[in-house]
Design a protein around this ligand. Structure first.
Ligand SMILES: [Zn+2]
Length: 78
């Protein structure tokens, strides 16, 4: 299991997610992001806005995703 925070995954808080694969942890952070979005959390709304801007540029999104995946892969496995 590896741990990453909401912030590390492009979010806005220190909420921790644990998963065995990057795809899994990305999914968890996405779900959390949606929950916070529904609650109208301003910091997460801002973070989501940034992510949406990134997603509008597939090349940039790809680079971001690859970098985050590498960050995840480099984490110590606990
Ligand atoms: Zn969060």
């Amino acid at each position: 299991m590896k741990t990453m925070t909401c912030k590390q995954l492009g979010g806005a808080c220190e909420e921790k997610f644990q998963a065995n694969s990057f795809e899994e942890i990305a999914e968890m952070s996405k779900k959390h992001g949606m929950e916070m979005f529904q609650k109208g959390d301003v910091e997460h709304l801002k973070a989501m806005d940034e992510m949406n801007k990134l997603m509008a540029k597939p090349e940039d999104m790809k680079v971001w995703f690859e970098n985050k995946k590498k960050e995840f892969d480099d984490l110590p496995d606990k």
